[in-house]
Design a protein around this ligand. Structure first.
Ligand SMILES: O=P(O)(O)OC[C@H]1O[C@](O)(COP(=O)(O)O)[C@@H](O)[C@@H]1O
Ligand SMILES: [Mg+2]
Ligand SMILES: [Mg+2]
Length: 339
């Protein structure tokens, strides 16, 4: 199909507006605001090497991670794009210790949505020109519209998400998102700054042959994970599987969703809760995974059912093709039973 015939993201947002049970146009405006911010971040990522936005800022975020210049720049771009359009009443970000109450004009208070965001995912890959991303998760507030936004508006179970998505800034730039009616992907034509529907109704293959995990941490993994890795490497049936690990969650996830595979960031003896953050990494990827027919857990429990207690809490993460995640969970359960 020629590019001219492809639907643009803007057209798709309007067309799908009524599929959304709370439809007032507000969510469409919110997703449009994210769309605009991604284009600005894309421009910066693409010229990172020549624009003095490579390297560290010299500050640490609440996770104790050194902030990269692009982490901070992307964060500022998203917060500005969302705040100035009065489409949210609050924002929480990986790069901010506390949530931000959006104080614009009166109208903003009436916004029903809060956004949780990982403005730049895969920070360790920025300086080496490997694909990075952005992850977002959207909820309706639970506190009264018109009153200041509260922490409980952000500490909601993943099942309450109204939309979630990610952007991959890779060989091409894509935005992939769901509002609870399947998962669709849009590729940016940078020459005209327009996203086109390139991946309609994406489905996770039930099984696959790719496993993604940082095996450098093998010695610190739980026994169940060690057993599953051995299983993946055995010469039997359709195994051994192929090991692929980019080190950017969005990019590893995107590949596995298109080709079939599993991504695991487990707990380790060093980090008993793993590394990934429940609210702005695990929950949005879990919503997308389930909407695409895949499976997502902490090795035992469905991620989307986990009750959050802190803004930046971490969670072990098993995500991908349903049959592969089920198999990994079997190894986790068996290892626990043996103990
Ligand atoms: O280097 P490690 O320990 O394997 O961790 C890589 C993981 O950490 C992350 O970079 C964490 O995300 P941020 O870059 O947003 O902090 C994931 O994208 C990635 O999958
Ligand atoms: Mg991240
Ligand atoms: Mg990040």
């Amino acid at each position: 199909m020629s590019q001219q015939a492809l639907q643009t993201l803007g057209e798709f947002i309007i067309e799908k507006q009524d599929d959304f049970k709370y439809s007032t146009g507000e969510l469409s405006r919110l997703i449009s605001s994210i769309r605009i911010a991604t284009k600005i971040v894309n421009r910066e990522v693409n010229k990172a090497g020549i624009a003095d936005i490579i390297g560290k800022v010299g500050t640490e975020n609440i996770q104790g991670e050194e902030q990269q210049k692009l982490d901070v720049l992307a964060n500022d771009i998203f917060i500005a794009a969302l705040s100035q359009r009065e489409v949210v009443c609050g924002i929480a970000s990986e790069e901010n210790d506390d949530f931000i109450e959006v104080k614009c004009t009166e109208n903003a208070h009436l916004s029903k949505y809060v956004v949780l965001i990982d403005p730049l995912d895969g920070s360790s890959n920025i300086d080496v020109n490997v694909s990075v991303g952005t992850i977002f998760s959207i909820y309706r507030r639970v506190s009264d519209p018109g009153s200041p936004v509260e922490l409980r508006d952000f500490l909601q179970k993943g099942v309450n998400q109204v939309a979630a998505g990610y952007v991959v800034y890779g060989s091409s730039t894509m935005i992939v998102y769901t509002t609870g009616n399947g998962v669709n992907g849009f590729t940016l034509d940078p020459s005209i700054g327009t996203y086109y529907l390139s991946h309609k109704d994406i489905k996770f293959p039930t099984s696959g042959k790719i496993y993604s995990i940082n095996e450098g941490n093998y010695a610190k993994f739980p026994q169940g994970v060690k057993d599953y890795i051995k299983y993946c490497q055995e010469e039997e049936d359709d195994r051994p599987y192929t090991s692929r690990y980019i080190g950017s969650l969005v990019s590893d996830f995107h590949r596995n969703m298109l080709k079939g595979g599993i991504y695991i960031y487990p707990s380790t003896s060093q980090s008993p809760k793993g590394k990934l953050r429940l609210l702005y990494e695990a929950n949005p990827m879990a919503f997308l995974t389930e909407q695409a027919g895949g499976k997502c857990s902490d090795g035992f429990k469905r991620i989307m059912e986990i009750e959050p207690t802190e803004l930046h809490q971490r969670i072990p993460f098993f995500c991908g093709s349903a049959a592969m995640v089920t198999k990994a969970e079997e190894f986790m359960a068996k290892a626990v039973d043996k103990n």
